[in-house]
Unconditional design. Sequence first.
Length: 101
Amino acid sequence: MSAPERRLPASPPFATSGGSGRVPPRSRDVDAALDSISRRIGSLRFRRSPWGADESDVMAKIHGLDAMYRSLLREQDDRYQALLEDRDRQLRLLQRRLDRN
């Protein structure tokens, strides 16, 4: 019997303008990466040793998952940094327009 698939909650709504302070929805790439990590966690199998699971195998798999999460976090950080830079550019443009008037 297989376990039911777990889904992450939907992202909050995102206003395209107006500076609502809401976070934009996750991209499909992020969802795909999270699904990949979830599948990998679900299929983890560890080598056995006389005292339980082989510690080096467990650590290697944990490091692999950590690398996947870190990569995803870097991608999200880059995305949010780009959004902040775009917002700052738009604010400077608006400030120049206000200064002219």
